[in-house]
Design a protein around this ligand. Structure first.
Ligand code: ZN
Length: 182
C-alpha cells in the first residue's frame, strides 16, 4: 500500500546569522517591514530580532529600486506587514543570498501522515512530499511518521529494511519515496 506524507512549515524558520552584539547565531523574523522612500527610490527591509539579546537586524528586501518598477501589490503587503510575505521572502533563494543568511527549520516543520497507519509486519511504500524546501533528516522524518525512535530507524536502514532510491543519510528537501519492511 502507498502512503503519502507531507512535510509542511509549522511556523517561520529561524534565520541563521551572526549577531554583532552577542554570540547568538539565530534571529527570529518579526513579520514587520521598514520601508524608506526617497524621491523615486525605495528601500525595504524585513526586521528580525536576535534570539539571544533582542538586537534588531534588517534583511534587505528592496534596495534602491525605482518605485515604479515595484509591483503595487508588493508595496501594499510591505506597508501592511503581511505575515505571509515574510514566509515567502525567507523561502526566496535570492533574498537569502543577498542577505547571506540560511534558515534553521529544525523545529519549524510538521509531518502530516494522513489517517492510514499500517499494522506491524506489513510492507509500506511512502511517498514523501515537501510543501516547501525544508531540509529534513529522513531518519527523523521516518521515526516521526512511524512512531519509532531515531535509533530504531537507523537500525532498520542499516539492516536494509528501509530502502529508497535516494541517500537516507544527510538531509533531503525534495520529494522522495521509500519502502519500509517491518
Ligand atoms: Zn544578539
Amino acid at each position: 500500500m502507498l502512503e503519502i506524507w507531507v512535510v509542511a512549515p509549522a511556523c517561520l524558520p529561524l534565520v541563521l546569522r551572526r549577531c554583532h552584539t552577542c554570540a547568538s547565531e539565530r534571529f527570529r523574523a518579526s513579520n514587520k517591514f521598514r520601508v524608506n522612500a526617497n524621491h523615486k527610490l525605495i528601500d525595504a527591509w524585513l526586521l528580525a530580532r536576535c534570539t539571544g539579546c533582542g538586537e534588531t537586524a534588517k534583511l534587505t528586501v528592496l534596495e534602491r529600486m525605482n518605485v515604479r518598477s515595484v509591483r503595487p501589490e508588493l508595496l501594499d503587503r510591505l506597508h501592511a506587514n503581511d505575515p505571509g510575505l515574510t514566509a515567502e521572502l525567507l523561502q526566496d533563494p535570492f533574498v537569502r543570498r543577498r542577505n547571506r543568511i540560511a534558515l534553521d527549520w529544525d523545529d519549524a516543520w510538521r509531518l502530516d501522515t494522513g489517517e492510514s497507519q499500517s499494522p506491524d509486519g506489513e510492507v509500506i511504500d511512502v511517498s514523501v512530499r515537501f510543501a516547501a524546501r525544508i531540509p529534513v533528516r529522513p531518519a527523523r522524518l521516518i521515526a516521526e511518521g512511524c512512531g519509532l525512535s531515531r535509533a530504531e530507524v537507523e537500525r532498520l536502514i542499516t539492516e536494509g529494511k528501509v530502502v529508497s532510491a535516494v541517500r537516507l543519510s544527510g538531509k533531503l528537501s525534495g520529494d522522495f519515496t521509500f519502502t519500509l519492511k517491518r
